[in-house]
Ligand binder design. Structure first.
Ligand code: TA6
Length: 288
């Protein structure tokens, strides 16, 4: 499936299989493990994604950084404290379906399905298809199909870790006046006033918002824009110093180089699909 000079499939960190893309407009990497985008670099730019230098690269573990996919629940599973946080698709190998090159854009498509290894936590039959298009913009499309004969409820998030020069000198615009659930304050509901600035642990689920966001980075002197479709929640996260110390795969001081903006449908905006129905969530990321 490789394309000479454009797409190479090889063993990456930890020996995990990865697809490496190089085009005139951008380079990028996606691992089959978790269908995990680990890098996207538009020409002339630093990587748009942060990846922890202490990340694990192992089956059964999530990669710390890039874009983990949270599905079919977000955070802790409400009715099962032993279930893995953020669901099970970010820690399993996906199937590489196809790679297509179209001019300066390269699309990589992967899939995973419900089966004996997922029924322990999630009874539904489903098929997830993830299409990532690397070009001067990055497009992420997660397609969920209910392949069973029962209605299904699920949550989803494209948990993007953006690479910033210094999180305390960055700001996010586009959520002024939007209500959010504050995970650092027992999920109390609050309202955002003005731009978001990181001055302490920040862990918020913004509700009922389809807004595009602009992350302004004063250190790297750039602006990352996240547009989205079919998503009504946005999660914003930075662990700050103390929480970062509890995350062994993050490591000291790296919290300052990351800021998560997560295109999602979680909490009160979890999705419901009838048998045979499908839903596509989409994020389009650009840098200027
Ligand atoms: O998206 C924010 C969040 O839910 C935080 O609460 C924090 O736990 C983060 O995800 C990372 O979760 P993880 O399971 O990858 O350590």
């Amino acid at each position: 499936m490789g394309i000479p000079g454009v797409v190479r499939i090889s063993a990456g960190n930890g020996g995990l299989a990865k697809v490496h893309i190089t085009t005139p407009t951008a380079s990028g990497e996606i691992y089959l493990h978790g269908a995990h985008v680990a890098s996207w670099k538009p020409a002339g730019q630093e990587d748009v994604f942060f990846v922890s230098s202490n990340s694990l690269w192992q089956d059964g573990h999530a990669i710390r950084g890039g874009v983990p996919i949270c599905f079919p629940w977000f955070g802790d599973k409400a009715d099962d404290p032993h279930a893995p946080a953020h669901g099970f698709v970010r820690t399993k190998e996906w199937k590489l379906e196809k790679i297509t090159a179209n001019g300066a854009a390269v699309s990589v498509e992967l899939s995973t399905e419900g089966g004996p290894d997922t029924r322990e936590w999630f009874a539904a039959d489903f098929r997830l298809v993830y299409r990532v298009t690397f070009s001067s913009e990055l497009t992420l499309e997660l397609i969920m199909v209910n392949t069973g004969n029962q209605p299904v409820r699920f949550e989803e998030a494209l948990h993007a870790y953006h690479n910033v020069g210094d999180a305390t000198r960055a700001s996010i615009a586009g959520l002024d006046g939007v209500h959010y659930l504050d995970k650092t304050d027992s999920f109390r509901e609050k309202m955002q006033i003005g731009d978001i600035r990181v001055t302490s642990e920040t862990d918020r689920v913004y509700l009922n918002t389809a807004q595009a966001l602009r992350l302004t980075d004063l250190v790297l002197q750039r602006r990352i824009t996240v547009r989205k479709e079919n998503s009504l929640t946005t999660v914003v996260w930075n662990p700050w110093r103390e929480k970062a110390l509890t995350l062994s795969d993050l490591g000291k001081d790296q919290w300052q180089r990351m800021l998560c903006i997560e295109t999602s449908n979680v909490g009160p905006f979890a999705l419901h699909l009838a048998p045979g129905e499908e839903h596509t969530v989409k994020a389009i990321i650009s840098v200027a």
